[in-house]
Design a protein around this ligand. Structure first.
Ligand SMILES: *[C@@H]1O[C@H](CO)[C@@H](O)[C@H](O)[C@H]1NC(C)=O
Ligand SMILES: *[C@@H]1O[C@H](CO)[C@@H](O)[C@H](O)[C@H]1NC(C)=O
Ligand SMILES: *[C@@H]1O[C@H](CO)[C@@H](O)[C@H](O)[C@H]1NC(C)=O
Ligand SMILES: *[C@@H]1O[C@H](CO)[C@@H](O)[C@H](O)[C@H]1NC(C)=O
Ligand SMILES: *[C@@H]1O[C@H](CO)[C@@H](O)[C@H](O)[C@H]1NC(C)=O
Ligand SMILES: *[C@@H]1O[C@H](CO)[C@@H](O)[C@H](O)[C@H]1NC(C)=O
Ligand SMILES: *[C@@H]1O[C@H](CO)[C@@H](O)[C@H](O)[C@H]1NC(C)=O
Ligand SMILES: *[C@@H]1O[C@H](CO)[C@@H](O)[C@H](O)[C@H]1NC(C)=O
Ligand SMILES: *[C@@H]1O[C@H](CO)[C@@H](O)[C@H](O)[C@H]1NC(C)=O
Length: 514
C-alpha cells in the first residue's frame, strides 16, 4: 500500500478571456499541436515562448538542434526516451500549478495533457466516463480514452502482478479494478487497469518512435480536485511502485531504471526516461520505507542568506505538489530569516491568503534581491532553491511577491516550485536523487569546469517574461538591473506576473491508498 502525496491549488481555473466557444483551430493542426500550443501559451511565468515564424523562434530551434546533436555526440550509448510529442513540460497556473506533458496512447493514438506526479504511482486518464472533469478547456476539447476504440487495448486481468486490488475482483469480465484515494477533500480516481501502447521517441540524432506497452488506469470516475481544475486530463504517476510508468519501462528493458525532469524558471521543462544524470551532479540517497516507497530524502541543515542552522528532517520530493510545504521548525526558520533579509515592505495579507510572507513592489520595480536559500542534504550536498517566490496581483492591483512556502504539519513535501532551475534525476537503480543547475535548454556538458561561485547571478536563467518585457518598454534599463553583481548571499530575481488576483487558493493534500 502506498500513501503518497499530491498537493495542488484547485479553483484556479481562471476565466481567461477567450473562452468563447468556436474559436477555431486550423484543422490541419493535429490535436496534440493544439494542446501543446495551449499549454505553451499558459506556461508560467510569462507565457513565454518564441512565436512561430519570428527570428527568435528559429534561433531557438537552431539552439535546440545544436543541443540535440551535442548531446548525442557526447553520449553515444544514449538510450533515453521521452514522449513522442516531445520532452517539453509546461507549468500551468490555471491547472493547479503543476507541470504537464503531452502524451499519446492507443491505436489510433489519442492525445492527453497529463500532470506529472512523482508523489503517486498510477498513471490514469479519463476513460469511458461516468464522472470525469469537463472535457472543455478554454477552447480545447480534451480527449477521453475508450478501450473499445483502441485496437491495441488489452484487459489487465486480476491475475496480473500489477493488479494490487485483487480482493475487489468481483466482475465477471475479470478486469482488475483500481481505486486511488488521494488524502483529503474526497479526491480519487477509480476504474480498471488496461494495457495499451504509449508512444515514446528516442532522444538521439535520428529520433525513432518507440511503442511501449504500458499499464494505466481507465479512470471512469474521478472526484474532488480532479473535477475542479487539477489534472483534468489525467495524472502521470512517476513513483517507485511497479505500476508506475518508469518502473514498467525499465522492467521491460526500454530504458535504465532512472528518469530526470527539469523544470525551467520560464515554466517550460523537460522529461527524459532513462536519464541517469551526470558524474558531476549533487546527490543524496533516498530514504526508503519499504511499506510506502517514495522519493524521500533526509536533510541536515538550512541556509537562508546570511544565516544557517543544522536541522534534521526528511521530505518527499513531489512534483505533484504545487508549493513546497514544511512543518515547523523548518517553516518558521526559513520564513523568518527570509523576511529579515528582504528590503521591500511586507504586505499584510488577509487571513485567508495562501502565503504568509508577501511583499509589495514599488511602481516600476522589475527585480528583487532575495536571500539565497539552500537545503543541506544527508551526505553534505547542497540543494539550491532557485525560485522560492511567486508574484501575485494584490487586491488593489499592486504587484506583490510572496515566499511560496506553506506551513504544513504533515509530511514535508518538496514541491515543484523548489525543483526549478535544476535537472533532477530520480535514479531508482542506485536509489539516489541527483540534481544539477540546468536551464532545461542547453546541452548538458558533463565535463564543464567548475565555475567560481563568486557570481551568483549566473544562477539565474534568462528571464524573457512578458512582465519584464512589458516593463522594459517604459524603462529600457530595467532589464539590466539583475545583471549587476549582487551581494553574494543574495540572488537577483525577476518574475512574471501571474494573474492570481483575488482567487481562493484551495490547498488540498492528497494521499494515494491502494
Ligand atoms: C528536448 O528535445 C529537444 C528536441 O525537441 C532537444 O533539442 C533537447 O536537447 C531536449 N532537451 C533535453 C534536456 O533533453
Ligand atoms: C498519431 O496519429 C497521427 C494521426 O494519425 C499521426 O500523424 C501520428 O504520427 C501518430 N503519432 C505517433 C506517435 O505515432
Ligand atoms: C469511440 O468511437 C466512437 C465511434 O467512432 C465514438 O463515437 C466515441 O466517441 C469514441 N469514444 C471515445 C471515448 O472517444
Ligand atoms: C468490467 O466490469 C466492471 C464491473 O463489473 C466494469 O466497471 C468494467 O467497465 C468492465 N470492464 C470492461 C473492460 O468491460
Ligand atoms: C467529502 O464528501 C463528504 C460526503 O460525500 C462531504 O460531506 C464532505 O463535505 C466532503 N468534503 C469536502 C472537503 O469536500
Ligand atoms: C533519515 O530520516 C529517517 C527519519 O526521519 C531516519 O529514520 C533515517 O535513519 C534517516 N536515514 C539516515 C540514513 O540517516
Ligand atoms: C543578515 O542580514 C540582515 C539583513 O541584511 C541583517 O539585518 C542581519 O544583521 C544579518 N545577520 C547576520 C548574522 O549577519
Ligand atoms: C484592477 O484592474 C482591473 C483590470 O485592469 C480593473 O478592472 C479593476 O477595477 C482594478 N481594481 C482595482 C481595485 O483597482
Ligand atoms: C479574503 O478576505 C477578504 C476580507 O477579509 C475578502 O474581501 C476577500 O474576498 C477574501 N478572499 C477570498 C478569496 O475569499
Amino acid at each position: 500500500m502506498a500513501r503518497l502525496w499530491l498537493m495542488l491549488l484547485a479553483a484556479l481555473l481562471t476565466a481567461a478571456g477567450s473562452d468563447a466557444a468556436g474559436i477555431g483551430f486550423e484543422f490541419h493542426h493535429r490535436f496534440s499541436d493544439r494542446v501543446r500550443q495551449w499549454a505553451e501559451d499558459r506556461a508560467i511565468p510569462g507565457a513565454w515562448w518564441p512565436q512561430k515564424g519570428t527570428a527568435e523562434y528559429y534561433a531557438a530551434l537552431a539552439h535546440h538542434d545544436r543541443a540535440l546533436r551535442g548531446r548525442s555526440l557526447a553520449d553515444a550509448s544514449a538510450s533515453e526516451l521521452t514522449f513522442a510529442d516531445g520532452n517539453a513540460t509546461f507549468l500551468l497556473s490555471s491547472l493547479g500549478f503543476l507541470h504537464y506533458a503531452v502524451v499519446e496512447l492507443g491505436t489510433p493514438n489519442v492525445t492527453f495533457l497529463v500532470a506529472l506526479d512523482t508523489g503517486s504511482d498510477l498513471f490514469w486518464v479519463p476513460c469511458d466516463c461516468q464522472q470525469c472533469a469537463s472535457t472543455h478547456l478554454q477552447g480545447i476539447e480534451l480527449s477521453v480514452y475508450s478501450p473499445s476504440n483502441s485496437s491495441t487495448s488489452q484487459k489487465v486481468p486480476c491475475s496480473n502482478s500489477l493488479c494490487d486490488n485483487q480482493n475487489a475482483c468481483t466482475g465477471t469480465n475479470g478486469s482488475c479494478p483500481y481505486n486511488v484515494q488521494y488524502l483529503s477533500a474526497n479526491t480519487s480516481s477509480s476504474g480498471f487497469l488496461v494495457e495499451d501502447v504509449l508512444y515514446l521517441t528516442t532522444e538521439d540524432a535520428t529520433p525513432r518512435i518507440v511503442e511501449a506497452p504500458i499499464v494505466f488506469g481507465c479512470g471512469d470516475r474521478q472526484s474532488g480536485a480532479f473535477l475542479d481544475g487539477a489534472a483534468p486530463n489525467g495524472l502521470f504517476g512517476l513513483g517507485m511502485e511497479k505500476v508506475a510508468v518508469p518502473s514498467i519501462l525499465s522492467s521491460k528493458g526500454f530504458t535504465s531504471n532512472s528518469f530526470s525532469m527539469c523544470f525551467g524558471e520560464d515554466g517550460v521543462g523537460r522529461i527524459n526516461f532513462g536519464d541517469k544524470g551526470s558524474s558531476d551532479q549533487q546527490e543524496t540517497a533516498f530514504f526508503i520505507d519499504s511499506r510506502h516507497p517514495s522519493y524521500k530524502i533526509n536533510m541536515t541543515g538550512i541556509a537562508v542568506g546570511n544565516s544557517s542552522t543544522d536541522m534534521v528532517f526528511d521530505a518527499i520530493v513531489d512534483s505533484g505538489t504545487s508549493f513546497t510545504s514544511l512543518a515547523d521548525p523548518m517553516y518558521t526558520y526559513i520564513a523568518e530569516n527570509f523576511n529579515a533579509q528582504i528590503k521591500e515592505k511586507r504586505y499584510k495579507s488577509e487571513s485567508n491568503s495562501t502565503f504568509e510572507y508577501c511583499y509589495e513592489l514599488s511602481p516600476g520595480q522589475t527585480s528583487v534581491l532575495l536571500p539565497v536559500i539552500n537545503l543541506k542534504t544527508l551526505g553534505g550536498s547542497v540543494f539550491p532553491v532557485n525560485d522560492p517566490i511567486i508574484s501575485v496581483l494584490g487586491p488593489a492591483n499592486q504587484t506583490l511577491y510572496c515566499l511560496a512556502l506553506l506551513k504544513f504539519s504533515g509530511v514535508n513535501l518538496i514541491g515543484q516550485n523548489f525543483l526549478s532551475g535544476l535537472r533532477v534525476v530520480f535514479d531508482r537503480e542506485r536509489l539516489v536523487l541527483g540534481w544539477k543547475k540546468f536551464d532545461c535548454y542547453t546541452v548538458d556538458n558533463t565535463a564543464a569546469l567548475s565555475t567560481p561561485t563568486s557570481s551568483p547571478s549566473n544562477a539565474v536563467a534568462p528571464v524573457p517574461s512578458s512582465y519584464t518585457q512589458e516593463m522594459t518598454k517604459t524603462d529600457p534599463n530595467a532589464a539590466q538591473v539583475p545583471a549587476r553583481s549582487p551581494p553574494s548571499n543574495y540572488s537577483p530575481h525577476s518574475k512574471a506576473m501571474s494573474n492570481l488576483s483575488p482567487v481562493v487558493l484551495l490547498m488540498l493534500s492528497l494521499a494515494l491508498l491502494w
